[in-house]
Write a protein that binds this ligand. Structure first.
Ligand code: RB5
Length: 149
């Protein structure tokens, strides 16, 4: 499994924790930055991670900004991305099971590292359930196609 990760300055510290955690588990990680706490623009990093996921270079993505909100909005502008802002393990599990989320978005100023790593573990280890949820995810794709014209 290869995971693409990216953050702005607001998510930088938590991203470092996540990268170390994933590498420690032997997971392949592509880190798109940012690489310091200097102020940068979150859409740049949301797009980079989203591009890696839709191209197939990464199986899943993890993005982090101060709240997880802006960087998820950026990622969700890329066709084929379903980025979920998550702050609890239940939602992390359900957004994989039911929504087939392909990017996890975390708020570095919202969740502590301990909880964030549990969320990451849940997200990357939970498969999409399919079945009736396939139809609903397909409907999301239909909406995306309708408004992409
Ligand atoms: C940066 O200050 C902050 O706006 C950003 O990290 C994020 O929270 C935006 O949604």
């Amino acid at each position: 499994m290869n995971i693409a990760v990216g953050s702005d300055h607001g998510g930088f510290e938590l991203k470092v924790e996540i990268v170390n955690y994933l590498k420690g588990k032997g997971v392949s990680v592509t880190d798109f930055g940012t690489h310091s706490a200097e102020s940068v623009d979150y859409p740049v990093y949301g797009e980079k991670v989203a591009e890696a996921v839709v191209s197939g270079a990464a199986d899943l993505g993890i993005v982090v900004c101060g709240t997880g909100q802006g960087i998820a909005m950026a990622a969700n502008k890329v066709k084929g991305i379903r980025a979920a802002v998550v702050a609890d393990t239940y939602s992390a599990e359900m957004t994989r099971l039911h929504n087939n989320a392909n990017i996890l978005s975390l708020g570095g100023r919202v969740v502590g590292a301990g909880l964030a790593l549990k969320i990451v573990e849940t997200f990357i280890s939970t498969p999409f359930e399919g079945g009736r949820h396939e139809r609903r995810v397909d409907l999301l794709t239909s909406i995306e196609a309708k408004y992409s014209k």
